[in-house]
Design a protein around this ligand. Structure first.
Ligand code: DC
Length: 228
């Protein structure tokens, strides 16, 4: 099915399957997929590796601010990069997950990541997932989706994903991390996670991936009057 040059904004809670869904529709409709959370994770990894987060989780914001101008965080052939080092694996660890919400709540970090995302959005034909894509980054996106699922389903997905990557998580830590991130992401001052008024809600607690793509196809057909 041919679709116009649109931006698709996908927001929602963590572990709702946003990136799996976004990757799939990117492939099906020839869109570029951009994972905005990966950029926040890379900033967090950078801060951790350079001693900007102490044992109590306190962040040296001044040092981080100064260093962000010098460090090049970007997307490349293998995923997310800091300079020319691919950090795709390192940014998915529990250590990064436990610090990423406070780092992403810092206004200058959001400005930095937004500027990278706007750069990509200029090309159109993009599907981007995150927490504030439809509300703040691309408020004019043609299609906005807000994904949600029960916290039990989300914790199980995150747990399976980590095990699949050879990690050895504890279920109680995974649940705790998801609940903490939900809270921080929805209560922070700068661009909190919230549903855009014109976003379509996709609750996939009891849906297969295939059912999600059928739902999306129906949405596109209705929105753009495509009959096939
Ligand atoms: O989608 P994820 O779990 O990889 O995102 C990691 C963190 O980054 C998440 O806890 C909140 C933050 N984030 C954000 O604040 N805004 C976005 N657009 C994307 C992610």
């Amino acid at each position: 099915m041919q679709i116009p040059d649109i931006i698709v904004a996908i927001d929602g809670f963590s572990s709702t399957g946003k990136s799996t869904f976004a990757r799939l529709i990117a492939k099906e409709y020839s869109l570029l997929y951009l994972d905005s959370g990966a950029l926040y994770r890379a900033v967090t990894l950078h801060a951790m590796e350079n001693g900007m987060i102490d044992g109590n989780g306190d962040i040296d914001e001044k040092k981080l601010h100064e260093s962000l101008g010098r460090e090049k965080i970007s997307f490349g052939p293998e995923g997310t990069y800091i300079g020319d080092r691919c950090v795709e694996k390192e940014i998915r660890t529990m250590g990064v997950s436990s610090h990423v919400s406070p780092v992403s709540a810092i206004p200058f970090v959001r400005e930095y990541v937004d500027s990278l995302l706007h750069e990509f959005g200029r090309r159109r034909r993009v599907v981007m997932d995150g927490r504030d894509i439809g509300t703040t980054v691309f408020p004019n996106a043609e299609v906005k989706i807000f994904m949600t699922a029960t916290s039990e389903v989300r914790a199980r997905r995150r747990f399976d994903e980590m095990v699949g990557k050879g990690q050895n998580p504890k279920m109680e830590d995974v649940i705790k991390n998801i609940e903490e991130r939900d809270y921080i992401d929805s209560h922070r001052e700068a661009s909190p996670l919230s549903k855009a008024a014109d976003a379509f809600v996709l609750d996939n607690s009891d849906m297969t991936l295939h059912e999600e793509t059928v739902w999306f196809r129906g949405l596109l057909q209705g929105k753009f009057g495509i009959l096939e």
